[in-house]
Design a protein around this ligand. Structure first.
Ligand code: ADP
Ligand code: MG
Length: 334
């Protein structure tokens, strides 16, 4: 499918992350609804072409657990990626809307993510690198799929934002500068599962706004720096003002430093906590099978952490395979 920007009619904003924004569009020649991701890049023409070549892999992905891609093109200074539109949105928005996610659904999310990771790695040698609730999508057919995987090293390098590629879902070894492996994705999956089951980010007792702040902030991908370098955490003035007014309107004291200081020690403390403290766990009111699985994902030493294929053999994943839970019916409730 040869997609041209002028054939796309914008219908709604779907959201934005630290690499760009996503809009719902209609492809007028075919009437297909799509999610168009717009990424602002800072790269020369040869690199842009290289990025487009690397994005080709996305078109070759054929899995029920991976978002399909209709096409990508350059629209200077952006790169646009047109992908399958998932009408029930991402799991972060779902739990913010309906509260903690039913553990039967969380179980099926775990299975879908493992299957997606195994497909990406075995078929295309791709490591996802950004597993988190906002990159796990759901539609009204009850399908659960992954998006935003790291197909293009050049794209990651060219995104006009220093904080790209880092997040509060990062594993302890990544925070300490180790290379990415599929096991780092398994850690991020563990954090994601606890977050969905609890209906909040599992590390600290922060409210929603603080959470998204932490996520916006992230730390830089620079291995020569340690998270104590305060200048790694600078955020823009506008962003700071936005956060302060959000807090003020909710009567929350300002956690980040005053506008004259380098902001937010809380993100640094979170990173320290991830490295130093015991990993989060599911509370004891959840079934043993679920707790056992999450504990296995959240082994702090990557050598002790299992691969996605081994995790599929866990008891909780037998529950997923035997599950009679109706995801389609569930998705119709919100
Ligand atoms: P992030 O994943 O960090 O939130 P993104 O820019 O990747 O930032 O996406 C912004 C939002 O757009 C996501 O949180 C998600 O809710 C929504 N979104 C992304 N892709 C799709 C899609 N294919 N279908 C529907 N919604 C999507
Ligand atoms: Mg995303």
């Amino acid at each position: 499918l040869d997609i041209k920007n002028e054939d796309l009619k914008k219908l709604a904003d779907l959201g934005h992350g630290n690499g760009g924004s996503v809009v719902k569009v209609e492809h007028l020649p075919t009437g297909t609804l799509m999610a168009k991701k717009i990424v602002l890049i800072d790269a020369k023409a040869s690199v842009r072409k290289q990025i487009l070549r690397e994005l080709q892999i996305m078109h070759e992905c054929r899995s029920e657990y991976i978002i399909s891609c209709y096409g990508s093109f350059l629209a200077d200074p952006n790169i646009c990626i047109c992908m399958e539109y998932m009408d029930k949105g991402s799991f972060d928005n779902i739990y913010r809307k309906i509260g903690p996610i039913d553990i039967n659904v969380v179980c099926l999310v775990a299975q879908a993510v493992l299957e997606g990771l195994i497909y990406l790695y075995d078929t295309h040698r791709i490591i996802h690198r950004d597993i988190k609730p906002s990159n796990i999508l759901c539609n009204s057919d009850g399908a659960i799929k992954l998006c935003d995987f790291g197909v293009s090293g050049e794209l990651i390098n060219s995104i006009a934002n220093t904080f790209v590629g880092t997040s509060i879902y990062m594993s302890p070894e990544r925070i300490q500068g180790a290379h990415y492996s599929v096991k780092s994705d398994v850690w991020s999956l563990g954090i994601t599962l606890v977050e969905l089951a609890l209906g909040r980010f599992p590390f600290c007792d922060v409210d929603d706004d603080d959470l998204s702040d932490l996520e916006d902030l992230a730390i830089t991908e620079n291995h020569n720096r340690t998270p104590t370098h305060r200048d790694s955490f600078m955020i823009s003035k506008q962003e700071k003002a936005k956060r302060m007014s959000r807090r003020k309107s909710k009567g929350i004291p300002n956690m980040t430093a005053s506008s004259a200081d380098p902001p937010s020690l809380s993100i640094i403390e979170l990173m320290h906590q991830i490295v130093r403290e015991p990993a989060p766990r599911l509370p004891s009111n959840f079934d043993d099978e679920a707790q056992e699985f999450v504990d296995a994902c959240l082994m702090k030493d990557p050598h002790d952490r299992h691969s996605p294929r081994t995790l599929l053999e866990y008891r909780w994943m037998d529950d997923a395979r035997d599950s009679s839970f109706d995801l389609k019916e569930w998705a119709s409730t919100f």
